[in-house]
Design a protein around this ligand. Structure first.
Ligand code: AMP
Length: 305
């Protein structure tokens, strides 16, 4: 079952305490699309400028990503630059240039209109809604967001949330969106805003999943060496969406969501092992399954006799 993904496609400049790299392939949709492609066919919606390197297009194509919804327009590609602090968990955005994103008008190719699973990766909620408006009766809609939209386009985001089956955000964003300090309360509050399920990511501490009277806490796969955390959230979202789509079901239950967030976490754990999408270039489905098994063994504990 295919998954439709809309989001940013970017050229990133990333600085960590040990390395700095410029003009890397990035963007929420790039990470999400490649991550999802390990589990299901992907249809990408996005925009790049004429400066976007052909090799990146070839890479996406090599992952089987359908690029009929990718617009190449006159101008410069979206650019983002960020700097990580010593703990690699917090970062400062150094610059954002919307460039071709400023006038982006997503139009779905007719071949995309009937896509059962939709991932609205991180971009302005108004754009996410414009894409969603064009999909005919999607079975499962996932949306990711960020602090910027909670701050600047809160009303749009509040209109989008009731249209989502799963809203993904991180701990800080969940607190910002709800005004709650407790993440458990925040998860419930976001459900009350209209999302059927909510996933709250906690960086290196895993994620929390909320459903109706249902709760799941998933750890994070322990890694000794993190090279570049950029895109971990997008890779997580792509893994969740791709894995659910790969199930090919009519409806998705909490049990499916539980497994999906574990696959998302596993995919994200690979992504942070190298800069940009580089680790995903060599990654195989077998490696994902092997890490899933190891992760499971690390996370389970026995019932008392
Ligand atoms: P993450 O590390 O999961 O927060 O995602 C980082 C990616 O998000 C980078 O590759 C950026 O290009 C992209 N990004 C940063 N800011 C924005 C924004 N305002 N809208 C869309 N994408 C963004």
């Amino acid at each position: 079952m295919p998954v439709l993904i809309v989001g940013s496609i970017a050229l990133d400049t990333v600085k960590t305490p040990v390395e700095e790299h410029a003009d890397l392939l990035g963007g929420s949709a790039s990470y999400a699309a490649v991550s999802a492609s390990f589990f299901s066919p992907v249809r990408l919606v996005g925009v790049v400028g004429t400066d976007f390197p052909q090799e990146h297009i070839e890479f996406l194509r090599s992952r089987g990503v359908d690029l009929d919804g990718l617009q190449v327009v006159d101008g410069r590609t979206f650019r983002w630059s960020g700097e990580y602090h010593w703990d690699l968990n917090t970062r400062t955005t150094r610059s954002v240039a919307l460039n071709v994103f400023e006038h982006f008008n997503p139009v779905l190719p007719t071949s995309y209109v009937q896509t059962p699973v939709v991932l609205l990766a991180n971009i302005a909620p108004a754009l996410q809604m414009r894409v969603l408006d064009q999909v005919e009766a999607p079975r499962f809609v996932i949306a990711d967001t960020m602090d910027l939209w909670i701050e600047t386009t809160n009303a749009d985001l509040r209109r989008l949330i009731p249209r989502t089956d799963l809203l993904i955000c991180n701990d800080g964003e969940a607190r910002q969106l709800t005004g709650e300090t407790s993440l458990i309360r925040a998860g419930h509050r976001i459900r009350e805003m209209g999302a059927k399920f909510v996933a709250v990511k906690k960086g290196e501490h895993g994620c929390l999943l909320f459903g109706e009277g249902q709760f799941f806490s998933c750890g994070a796969y322990p890694l000794e060496d993190i090279h570049d955390p950029t895109g971990a959230g997008d890779t997580f979202a792509g893994g969740v969406a791709g894995w659910l789509a790969g199930l090919g079901k009519e409806t998705f239950h909490f049990q499916d969501l539980r497994r999906a967030v574990v696959y998302g976490s596993v995919a994200a754990s690979f992504n942070v092992e190298a800069f940009s999408l580089d680790r995903l270039r060599s990654l195989t489905r077998e490696e994902i399954e092997e890490r899933y098994r190891t992760f499971r063994l690390m996370s389970q504990f026995e019932a008392m006799a």
